[in-house]
Design a protein around this ligand. Sequence first.
Ligand code: NDP
Ligand code: GDR
Length: 343
Amino acid sequence: MTKRALITGITGQDGSYLAELLLAKGYEVHGVIRRASTFNTARIDHLYVDPHDPNAKLFLHYGDLSDGARLVTLLAQVDPDEVYNLAAQSHVRVSFDEPEHTADTTGTGTIRMLEAVRLSGIKTRFYQASSSELYGATRPPQNEESPFYPRSPYAAAKLYSFWITKNYREAYDMFAVNGILFNHESPRRGETFVTRKITRAVAAINAGKQEFLYMGNLDAVRDWGYAAEYVEGMWRMLQADVPDDYVLATGVGITVREFLEIAFSHAGLNWEDHVRFDERYLRPTEVDALIGDSTKARRNLGWTPTVDGRALAKLMVAADVEALEHAGRPWTDQVRLTSWGST
Ligand code: NDP
Ligand code: GDR
């Protein structure tokens, strides 16, 4: 029997890798996309086959986490075996500018999804994209037993989503799990997150198209892993015998400053010649250090990450240099680069 999955946030970084993974495993994949005035499917265009083609396995549907009724009709129509709730306003700095919108999408959006599962009467497994931002001010290393201390409107909204997912597991006996994922990156990472902002700037400076890069707090420590490996962990959580919550992390923490050093030197550049400070990139409350302990996922799920932040800096610089030299190339080329870079 072909398994069916529904992914919210399929047009994002993780959604695109997860869709690839599930299609490769033989799933029929349904993605929720937002109606926009311009195309927003660049990350999944290489996977798309005309739905009239009998071999089509990827189907896209309009929907939005702010529209609960639509989520009910969609879940009833698709009747998926697995639901991956990846959609969110996912930028921490932006959540201070748009706290109410962030609460609505990143927080209330999750209860709309869970209620849609319940009200549509379908039997499905549910994955919630929880985050290491939940730990906030808690000192590293952080694991499933560490206390939560959110430090942004984004993290507070994700905290609600974490607990409501757990509550639906206990209250309605749903197979609903939280993946508490530490930062994970790739050549498909959104351009305003710090790693991709740096690697795109390195490529532009290397090509003589840019001179300076304006940055905020360089002392923050993050445990950066590789998105393609993290979506495998999401899938494994939904294949387990018992629903449970898991941390996914590499266990290696480096500062933003070190990521800068590695990224610039990979292109033969000195970061100090090009990086300038701009206070607009500071956050009213910062998360100083996140370094995860993923022992539980390694032991119970057999999940083992192989790419850490230092390797990622090089992999992503190589991908952005290549992308700039061959503007307009489709994402498939970046997939090839990604595989190459991770070895
Ligand atoms: P992205 O920001 O790349 O993607 C977010 C996705 O959510 C996009 O597809 C976006 O659509 C969609 N979306 C946003 N708002 C809505 C809405 N109201 N209704 C429907 N769809 C919406 O995030 P990532 O892929 O990096 O992350 C995936 C999830 O995992 C997010 O929930 C994020 O918060 C969480 N997370 C991410 C981590 C990371 O390091 N990447 C770590 C821990 C958790 P569109 O393309 O139209 O904007
Ligand atoms: P984060 O990712 O907030 O950890 O959330 P981001 O890459 O935005 O910031 C990481 C750290 O870098 C510092 N920083 C800057 N950040 C950005 N974006 N731009 C800058 O110019 C800059 N200068 C310094 C930040 O202050 C921060 O300390 C990501 C998101 O993917 C969330 O959705 C996810 O839940 C968490 O990771 C885990």
